[in-house]
Design a protein around this ligand. Structure first.
Ligand code: PLP
Length: 369
C-alpha cells in the first residue's frame, strides 16, 4: 500500500544525525527534542499548544479524559473509522453514540448528528477520514448551538485544511498520529494533541505523566504516555517536508482520477479532479466499486498479481461485538461504505510506472469481475 522506505533516502543523513544527537545526549524521554518538536508542530498547525504523546490513540483517550466525562455522558462519533475513534470514548468513561456518515466525505453527516444530540451529549468526535475534511462548518455550528465540545480526530488528515485553517485546530482539541504509515510517520508510535485552550493543554500535560503536577505529587489518575525523544528528533526532520509530500500525494491522486474517473463500475473520490476534494491530503486514495461482490473479486485479482489494496474499514464499528450495543439509529451509509470501498496504493514517491501498473491491472480486473 505504501513504500515507506523510498521517501526517506533524501532525508536519511539528516535523520541519522538527529538520532545520533539524541543518543549522544542520553535524554530519551521528553526533553529538548520533544519540546522543540511540540513548538514546531504547534506553529505548523497554528495552535497555541501541542502536547506530544505515545500515540494518536492516547491523544484521543487523554484528551477525552481531560473533559471529565461521567458514566452517562454521551459522545457522538462515526462508526466508519479506526477503532480508536470510538474506543477512546469508552476508555474515557463515557458512552459512544454512532451517527451516520456522509457518503462523499465518509465523515460524520451533520444531519444525522443533530438527530442524536440529547442533554447528555458532551462531545462530538469528528474523524477526517482518509485525509479529507469533514463538513466542519456545519459541525462547528451544531456544537456551538448545543454547547458541546467538538473534537477532531485528525490522525489521517494532518496538513489538510478547512477554509484555510489546518484540520485539528478548529475544534476544542485535535489529535494526530505519527504511526509510520501516516502522512507524517515516525519510526515507531507517536501522537500529538493540539489545542488553543490553556487549561486543557495543562491538564493533558499532567495526565501524560501519571497525573503528577510536580514530581511524585499525583493530582489525577494519569497515564505514562510521552512522546520519546528519538521519535521527536526524526519528526523534526520530516515536518518541514510535509507540505511537499502532500502535494506529491495530490499529484498521484490526480493521476488516479484521470485514469479511473468515468470507468464502468468505479466511483472515484473526487469526480475527475482533486480540486473538487478541497484540501484532501490523500492519506488514502479510496474508490468505490459498484457491488460488494465486484469489490471483493477485484481485490482478489489484484492480490494475485502482487498488487496490494486495502479495505478501510470492512466492518462498521456498530457491527463489531465491542460496539454492537451503541447503535441507536440505522446507519445505512456507513454500512454501504464498508461493503463498497477499496483503497489503492499511494505514497509520495510512487512512480508513474508503479501507478500505471496499478491502474491497468485494476481496470482489467474490474472488467473481468
Ligand atoms: C482515524 C484514526 N484515529 C486514531 C488512530 C490511532 O492512532 P495511533 O495508531 O497512533 O494510535 C488512527 C490510526 O490508525 C486512525 O486512523
Amino acid at each position: 500500500m505504501a513504500d515507506l522506505a523510498s521517501g526517506l533516502a533524501e532525508l536519511r543523513t539528516e535523520i541519522d544525525q538527529a538520532i545520533a544527537r539524541v543518543v549522544n545526549s542520553g535524554g530519551f524521554i521528553l526533553g529538548e527534542e520533544v519540546t522543540g518538536f511540540e513548538t514546531e508542530f504547534a506553529r505548523y498547525v497554528d495552535t497555541k499548544h501541542a502536547v506530544g504523546l505515545n500515540s494518536g490513540t492516547d491523544a484521543l483517550i487523554i484528551g477525552l479524559t481531560a473533559l471529565s466525562l461521567s458514566a452517562d455522558d454521551e459522545v457522538i462519533t462515526s462508526p466508519f473509522t479506526f477503532v480508536a475513534s470510538a474506543s477512546s470514548i469508552l476508555h474515557a468513561g463515557a458512552i459512544p453514540v454512532f451517527a451516520d456518515i456522509d457518503p462523499v466525505t465518509y465523515a460524520l453527516d451533520p444531519a444525522s448528528v443533530e438527530q442524536l444530540v440529547t442533554e447528555r451529549t458532551k462531545a462530538i468526535v469528528v474523524v477526517h477520514l482518509f485525509g479529507r475534511p469533514a463538513d466542519l462548518s456545519s459541525l462547528q455550528a451544531l456544537a456551538t448551538k448545543h454547547g458541546i465540545a467538538l473534537v477532531e480526530d485528525t490522525a489521517q488528515a494532518l496538513g489538510s485544511r478547512h477554509e484555510g485553517k489546518m484540520l485539528g485546530s478548529l475544534g476544542l482539541f485535535g489529535t494526530h498520529s505519527f504511526f509510520p504509515s501516516k502522512n507524517l510517520g515516525a519510526f515507531g508510535d507517536g501522537g500529538m494533541l493540539v489545542t488553543n485552550d490553556d487549561a486543557l493543554a495543562h491538564r493533558v500535560r499532567v495526565l501524560r505523566g501519571h497525573g503528577a503536577s510536580r514530581k511524585y505529587f499525583n493530582e489525577f489518575l494519569g497515564y505514562n504516555s510521552r512522546l520519546d525523544a528519538i521519535q521527536a528528533a526524526v519528526l523534526r526532520v520530516k515536518l518541514p517536508h510535509l507540505d511537499r509530500a502532500i502535494a506529491t500525494r495530490r499529484a498521484v491522486a490526480q493521476r488516479y482520477e484521470h485514469a479511473l474517473h468515468g470507468a464502468p463500475n468505479i466511483s472515484t473520490p473526487c469526480g475527475g479532479t482533486v480540486h473538487s476534494c478541497q484540501s484532501h491530503s490523500f492519506h488514502q486514495y479510496t474508490i468505490r466499486l459498484s457491488t460488494p461482490r465486484k469489490r471483493d473479486l477485484v481485490r482478489g485479482r489484484l492480490a494475485a498479481e502482487g498488487i496490494a489494496t486495502a479495505i478501510y474499514y470492512p466492518t462498521p464499528l456498530h457491527e463489531t461485538p465491542l460496539f454492537g450495543q451503541y447503535a441507536t439509529v440505522a446507519l445505512p451509509e456507513a454500512e454501504r461504505a464498508a461493503r463498497h470501498v477499496l483503497s489503492l496504493p499511494i505514497w509520495p514517491a510512487m512512480s508513474h510506472k508503479q501507478q500505471d501498473r496499478v491502474t491497468a491491472a485494476l481496470l482489467t480486473a474490474v472488467e473481468a469481475s
